[in-house]
Write a protein that binds this ligand. Structure first.
Ligand code: 5GP
Ligand code: MG
Ligand code: MG
Length: 189
């Protein structure tokens, strides 16, 4: 794919269909989001909440593009037949904080809806959502998303934190998996 030998070693051409967003496109949009968030939260400090594990790359870049005082905390979810539950909760108290939930991708909306309901019970001063990617076509649960990096088609994407069976998170760009690979991947995600 011509993105340098380091990353070519972690790509499997038999699984990757095409590059969807280049590293430069992602970084440009992250800078814009950071400026917008910094302006909207003028005079405030922010608690950025990320959902592990895919978020660590986007959150590292977004947090450095925000020019407000901020804290960062993480939680982790598991999806089971009975629904969604927290496997690793936040360390920090969100009560009275301006909480910005940062997601890598909103798909059906089930995850964000669950996290928003959980956080709302803890009475933050405000609660907004920022997602790098919005697969709007796939939405089943309506969720309020305040900041969207890119709206993308209904295809399975990897890179910039997003995985396929734990691989590809370290790609600095976003790729679409081949249809035959992601049609196998989607039911479990
Ligand atoms: P939702 O609960 O909105 O359906 O799904 C959100 C989660 O599903 C994401 O946090 C992510 O883990 C996974 N997911 C949804 N679409 C994709 C995708 O295209 N690629 C990857 N790697 N994960 C996805
Ligand atoms: Mg996520
Ligand atoms: Mg995953």
């Amino acid at each position: 794919f011509g993105y340098g030998s380091v990353h070519i070693t972690s790509l499997r051409p038999d699984q990757i269909e095409r590059v969807l967003l280049s590293a430069a496109e992602i970084q440009g949009r992250v800078a814009e989001l950071g400026q917008q968030i910094s302006a909207d939260y003028a005079g405030e400090s922010i608690l950025l909440v990320g959902v592990l594990k895919g978020i660590t790359f986007f959150l590292a870049d977004l947090s450095r593009a925000i020019t407000r005082p901020l804290a960062i905390d993480y939680l982790q979810l598991a999806h089971t037949g009975e629904g969604v539950h927290i496997t690793k909760d936040l360390d920090l108290d969100v009560r009275g904080q301006h909480v910005l939930l940062v997601e890598d991708i909103v798909n059906t909306g089930v995850s964000v809806d669950f996290v928003l309901r959980t956080l709302r019970e803890r009475e933050p001063a405000s609660l907004r959502v920022c997602t790098l990617l919005d697969k709007a076509e796939r939405r089943l649960v309506p969720v309020p998303v305040d900041y969207v990096g890119f709206t993308i088609p209904n295809e399975f994407v990897v890179g910039y934190g997003l995985d396929y069976r734990e691989l590809y998170r370290n790609l600095p760009f976003l790729c679409v998996l081949k249809r035959e690979v992601y049609e196998e991947a989607l039911p479990g995600e």
